[in-house]
Design a protein around this ligand. Structure first.
Ligand code: FAD
Ligand code: NAD
Length: 463
């Protein structure tokens, strides 16, 4: 007889593994299927974690090469040991994926190793072996989007996976796509010595983020030496003896040109992944972008089958997947699991970082919402000056009538950490005045948040 569980989760990324842990905490008998040799999904193996390890290492390298001097620290002969840097990245990944394995054991979650296929509601096979469950949660994540005419070989034309594994610094890296991956990995290789050109289809970077922040971001990265070709599309890539020849065209049509690169990083987005699961045969509904359709309780169109994370709608972010994992486990346990989609932070981990939460100014304008803006630059923040990191500003958008914080956008040092003060405020329905009345420690970067909140009422103190 097939082994039976209360819930089987397919995919052990941040959505799936967190769902498994929460379901186990709630007393369910849980299995999680993962076909990769290690747990943790895209995020821990080839996404968030290795990219952040390289961002940290390359940031330290750039600081030692370019910034230490202004602090009076003089080091001669700084050299790059890329092999060691990559080995350290692998150690960081390994510690994290082993950590998830430990958590599975601690919480008595069974890891079913192999590839799952859903054969009927309540029934799956893993590499041919049958299992049963009262509920099935699909958490199979996403994969890199392809581009016609640009054939990825993960050597010279790479996705983020190959872009994290380069064993030498490219002379000229051309990045296709000015979003999260393009700007993070573009920054890594720029700091390590590559010439980096980012080709972006739209007339701006990081679409979806606040437009004013995006323009400031472009200026700051430009100062660091990244080159941007906005409103430009790549229509072909040919690998030759001396690298890759890319065909570029203006986004709205026009004369084509050729751009040479030794490595091309394709980063034009990710698409949901549900290959080989058997969803079509079961009649699980998908939307026009291939995402599994779910209702407010993560139920798909087939009873007993749920879905979370990158494979469903919403931002493709690890913390969004995790929240959904917790919510669906609680719903299965009869509790009121819930995710507040209005308050999901997005962070680009460049230096300076860019962080965003809630509504952008562009969205408020489009919706006709009356709002007030408070801004405060890091040039006027004592801690940022002490650090020597004064690029950027905090921007808070508040409802004109009620003063409720509707959105917050930060470009600056540690923006990803700073945004969480505003996330907490928004989660509690705070006003800009509430934020400004909190006593902030001095000297901290957070004082820029307080000042931006004061600026909503036109009463910032330090500018
Ligand atoms: P995934 O993490 O993709 O996990 C799905 C898992 O399911 C995979 O391990 C896959 O092997 C497994 N699977 C699929 N099909 C089957 C099957 N049939 N049987 C068994 N197993 C199966 N997000 C952030 O929030 N912060 C970041 O800093 C960040 N950085 C990123 C950097 C890069 C380079 C990339 C590529 C992504 C980054 N992301 C980041 C996005 C983040 O990785 C994803 O949003 C997150 O991993 C989605 O989690 P998930 O659980 O939905 O899916
Ligand atoms: P993205 O959606 O962030 O950016 C893709 C960019 O490519 C966009 O600016 C888009 O306009 C552009 N583009 C699309 N087609 C193009 C074309 N033909 N030519 C030129 N440009 C084109 O996608 P991504 O950077 O590939 O990352 C995928 C997802 O992974 C992100 O959306 C995000 O959800 C997640 N991620 C998150 C983080 C983080 O949280 N720090 C880091 C990396 C990835």
């Amino acid at each position: 007889m097939a082994e039976a569980f209360d819930v089987i989760i397919i995919g052990a990324g941040p959505g799936g593994y967190v769902c498994a842990l929460r379901a186990a905490q709630l007393g369910m008998k849980v299995a999680c299927v993962e076909k990769r040799a290690t747990l943790g999904g895209t995020c821990l193996n080839v996404g968030c974690i290795p990219s952040k390890a390289l961002l940290q290492s390359s940031e330290d390298f750039a600081a030692a090469s370019e910034k230490f001097g202004e602090h009076g620290i003089l080091i001669d002969g700084i050299r790059l040991d890329l092999a060691r840097m990559q080995a350290r990245k692998a150690e960081v990944v390994s510690a994290n994926v082993r950590g998830v394995e430990f958590l599975f054991k601690k919480n008595k979650v069974t890891w079913l190793k192999g590839t799952a296929r859903v054969t009927a509601p309540g029934k799956i096979t893993v590499d041919g072996t049958e299992y049963e469950a009262k509920s099935i949660v699909i958490a199979t994540g996403s994969e890199s989007t392809t581009l016609p005419g640009v054939a990825v070989d993960e050597r010279q034309i790479v996705t983020s996976t190959g872009g994290l594994e380069l064993d030498s610094v490219p002379q000229h890296l051309v990045v296709i796509g000015g979003g999260y991956i393009g700007l993070e990995l573009g920054s890594v290789w720029k700091r390590l010595g590559a010439e980096v050109t980012v080709v972006e289809f739209l007339d701006r970077l990081v679409p979806g983020m606040d437009g004013e922040i995006a323009r400031a971001f472009e200026r700051v990265l430009g100062k660091q030496g990244l080159t941007f070709r906005l409103s430009t599309k790549v229509t072909g890539a040919r690998i030759g003896n001396d690298g890759v020849a890319l065909t570029l065209e203006p986004a709205q049509g026009g004369e084509a040109e050729t751009l040479h690169a030794d490595i091309v990083l394709l980063a034009v987005g990710r698409r949901p992944y549900a290959e080989g699961l058997g969803l079509e045969e079961l009649g699980v509904a998908r939307d026009e972008r291939g995402r599994v359709q779910t209702d407010g309780h993560y139920a798909t169109s087939v009873p007993g089958i749920y879905a979370i994370g990158d494979v469903i709608a919403g931002p493709m972010l690890a913390h969004k997947a995790e929240e959904e994992g917790v919510a669906v486990a609680e719903i299965l346990a009869g509790q009121a699991g819930h995710v507040n989609y209005g308050v999901i932070p997005g962070v680009v981990y460049t230096w300076p970082e860019v962080a965003s939460i809630g509504r952008t100014e562009d969205e408020l304008k489009a919706a006709g919402t009356a709002y007030r803006v408070g801004k405060f630059p890091f040039t006027a923040n004592a801690r940022a000056r002490a650090m020597g990191d004064t690029d950027g500003f905090v921007k808070i958008l508040a409802d004109k009538t009620t003063d409720e914080v509707l959105g917050a956008h930060i470009i600056g040092p540690d923006a990803g950490t700073l945004i969480m003060e505003l996330a907490t405020a928004m989660e509690f329905g705070a006003s800009a005045e509430d934020v400004s009345r909190v006593c902030h420690a001095h000297p901290t970067l957070n004082e820029a948040v307080k000042e931006a909140a004061l600026a909503v009422e036109g009463r910032a103190l330090h500018i």
